[in-house]
Design a protein around this ligand. Structure first.
Ligand code: NAD
Length: 285
């Protein structure tokens, strides 16, 4: 039997986007946040995204109306999770918080509810330790902005069963995403590979191999990347990149994850990329 009701925990950058694609896919969607202001802001962002979609001819008024009719907002976790078929957690990246939320949902929602987490770096197997039946805990790693990015990285923890992976896959496909299945290892598939490329580009810049523009152009025109690694680093935020590099270096021990000194220096100087107006590029608007 197909899943029908999805509860999204956290209405921030990722949560509002996941709720939007869930409602657009026809799921009864409940968006939960502890912060009423964040919840209202998340709902407003969903409406704004849908309006933008209409203006661009990508969304019809019928799809917008149907999606908004399926969406409700909640500040009571028990109410949001009761009778839900799948929970997708998108709360801040803290192990204890994610464990506590999934534990509460496991009780409130029922024994068959799929427990998904959108963590970008924590081990799924660790998060699942908090739940009596870790077989139903699965990583569902969406990308920002969720309504545009096509990838869903499904992460199978040590004890996640195949049925849960299958349900996560079905949900992702119904949302229009292309799922890949990855073992629970640091950086999953996407960050591990993407970060190596980004760090090597920084090392090349530091060594004076080429300018930032030319390194990026090499990847765009030579390898058909839609955007070069240095520009992408500016968009992600160099502080975020540095944190992930340090984490992967610690966990995997490979020298390619050692943060280049140029990256450390830029973060110390507050050159974090687009959000501060300067990174490898200038972002004056
Ligand atoms: P965010 O800070 O934008 O949003 C987090 C939301 O969670 C906030 O609205 C906050 O009010 C809410 N929250 C706080 N405590 C809560 C609780 N106890 N219960 C429910 N909600 C609570 O964060 P984000 O960028 O959306 O990240 C959320 C998760 O997604 C993190 O695990 C992050 O690692 C992961 N992720 C982020 C990105 C990204 O590009 N931002 C990409 C992939 C995965």
């Amino acid at each position: 039997m197909s899943d029908r009701v999805i509860t999204v925990l956290g209405a921030g950058t990722m949560g509002h986007g996941i709720a939007q694609v869930a409602a657009m896919a026809g799921y009864e969607t409940r968006l939960f946040d502890v912060d009423e202001g964040a919840l209202a802001a998340g709902a407003a962002r969903i409406s704004a995204n849908l309006e933008k979609g209409i203006a661009r001819g990508k969304v019809t008024a019928e799809i917008r109306d149907a999606a908004l009719a399926l969406l409700t907002t909640h500040t009571d976790l028990g109410e949001a999770a009761a009778g839900s078929d799948a929970v997708i957690e998108a709360a801040p990246e803290r192990l204890e918080l994610k464990q506590q939320l999934l534990r509460e949902c496991a009780e409130a929602a029922g024994p068959n509810t799929l427990l998904g987490t959108n963590t970008s770096s924590l081990a799924i197997s660790r998060i699942a330790e908090a739940v009596p039946d870790p077989e139903r805990v699965v990583g569902m790693h969406f990308f920002n902005p969720v309504h545009i990015m096509a990838l869903l990285e499904i992460v199978q923890g040590k004890r996640t069963d195949d049925q849960s992976v299958g349900r996560a896959r079905e949900i992702g496909e119904r949302m229009g995403k292309t799922p890949i299945v990855v073992k629970d290892s640091p950086g999953f598939a996407s960050s591990r590979l993407g970060v190596v490329l980004g760090l090597e580009a920084i090392r090349m810049l530091e060594e004076g191999v080429a300018s930032a523009e030319d390194i990026d152009t090499a990847m765009r025109l030579g390898y058909r990347h839609p955007m070069g690694p240095l520009r992408l680093g500016d968009l992600v935020g160099l502080d975020v990149r540095l944190d992930i590099a340090r984490y992967l270096h610690r966990e995997l021990g490979s020298p390619q994850f050692e943060p280049p000194s140029l990256l450390e220096r830029m973060v110390e100087e507050g050159k974090l990329g687009q959000k501060t107006g300067e990174g490898f590029y200038r972002w004056d608007d």
